[in-house]
Design a binder for this molecule. Structure first.
Ligand SMILES: [Zn+2]
Ligand SMILES: [Zn+2]
Length: 360
């Protein structure tokens, strides 16, 4: 009942849209392919470092704040000074993305910054959620784990292995698009005891999937073509949002086609399902849970890093008793994290905040 009220409020505070889907890269009209994208302008900061003042750096600070690298309590009126705050943000970003930790905006760092990416933050409450090269503390596992979890490690309860998902009716998705989501869910189902079944009841579904444009009521506005592509909330909220303004491509086999704006839908869907199940971002570039994806890249296969992470939460597909995790690596995000969602909602919308607390 309370959940229904929350969704009721959601319906009346946002404007869902129909998203753009294309069978392949060549079917995207040139009119929908922009000359520049949202973050391309950051390239002008090449070579910048602490002590300089460069026009427009305030926008880069907003970018870093958006993904947690600068505290949300810092002033929204940033200056164009390359100050210590920006330098420490750049350094943390470089560590997360396995770049030279110089604190300068070098070529490799800027190349990463302008990539389209997931809207979920990499740093929460000042603590990076990305395990960059940190070895497993479990001495019997000779590997390096990069996967991560949300603060306080939320997951779907052990009693709930049969999850349902549904699509926002207003999006009117085709069966082709829906079956693509089904395939993406199947990838996670194959390595866990979890099953995913589509239901027509959006209100009752555990996982609610919707395409939205711009501000859609949860304080995490989408930004048009490229930039942030999608975001998803930690268990058990099950809210899964995608940017309806992207040029979503169903057949992502277009690596050599030099697309300017095409994004492989299934790649992003597989990533966001990881969040829905409780995974955070990984610093393993090959992993599904890596935060960025190049325009035109297809990446849909779970890697060992993704599988180790999800099986720590739920066990393997043959081990239905996931109250007893298989592995016990360190959890870097064990303080204050459960409040992230509360803060997110509270800081961005009183209406949603009320809905959220009712839901709890
Ligand atoms: Zn993500
Ligand atoms: Zn959203």
């Amino acid at each position: 009942m309370k959940l229904s009220l929350f969704i009721f409020v959601l319906f009346f505070t946002v404007t869902p849209i129909s998203a753009h889907f294309f069978p392949n890269i060549t079917s995207i009209p040139t009119s929908l392919i922009p000359n520049t994208t949202l973050w391309d302008g950051f390239s002008q900061f090449l070579g910048s470092h602490k002590g300089q003042k460069v026009n427009g750096l305030a926008k880069l600070k907003n970018y870093f704040q958006r993904f947690g690298y600068i505290s949300s309590s810092s002033s929204a009126n940033f200056t164009d000074d390359f100050d210590e705050i920006l330098e420490s943000a750049v350094k943390m970003y470089q560590i997360n993305f396995n770049l030279n930790n110089t604190g300068e905006l070098d070529v490799q760092t800027l190349k990463h910054i302008v990539l389209p990416r997931c809207g979920n933050p990499d740093v929460i409450n000042g603590t990076s959620t990305m395990n960059s090269g940190k070895p497993q503390t479990n001495s019997t596992i000779h590997t390096v784990a990069h996967y991560s979890f949300f603060p306080d490690k939320p997951s779907w309860p052990a009693s709930k292995t049969e999850l349902t998902y549904s699509f926002l009716p207003d999006n009117q998705l085709t069966e082709n698009v829906k079956s693509l989501f089904g395939r993406a869910f199947e990838r996670w189902s194959e390595v866990t005891p979890l099953t995913f079944t589509e239901t027509s009841s959006f209100l009752r579904a555990d996982i609610k999937i919707g395409f939205f444009s711009g501000d859609h009521g949860d304080g995490e506005a989408f930004d048009g073509i490229l930039g942030t592509l999608a975001h998803a909330f930690s268990p058990p909220l099950g809210l899964f949002h995608l940017d309806g303004d992207e040029n979503w491509v169903m057949d992502g086999d277009f690596i050599n086609a030099s697309p300017l704006s095409a994004v492989d839908l299934e790649s992003v869907v597989v990533h966001e399902i990881g969040h829905i199940l409780g995974l955070g971002h990984s610093s393993d570039e090959a992993a599904i849970m890596y935060p960025t994806i190049s325009s035109g890249m297809r990446k849909v296969e779970l890697t060992n890093d993704d599988i180790m992470g999800i099986q720590q939460l739920y066990g393997s597909s043959t081990n239905s008793n996931y109250s007893d995790p298989i592995l016990t690596p360190r959890n870097e995000r064990d303080s204050n994290g459960a409040h992230y969602l509360v803060c997110l909602f509270w800081s961005h919308g009183i209406i949603l905040a009320i809905g959220f607390f009712l839901f709890l």
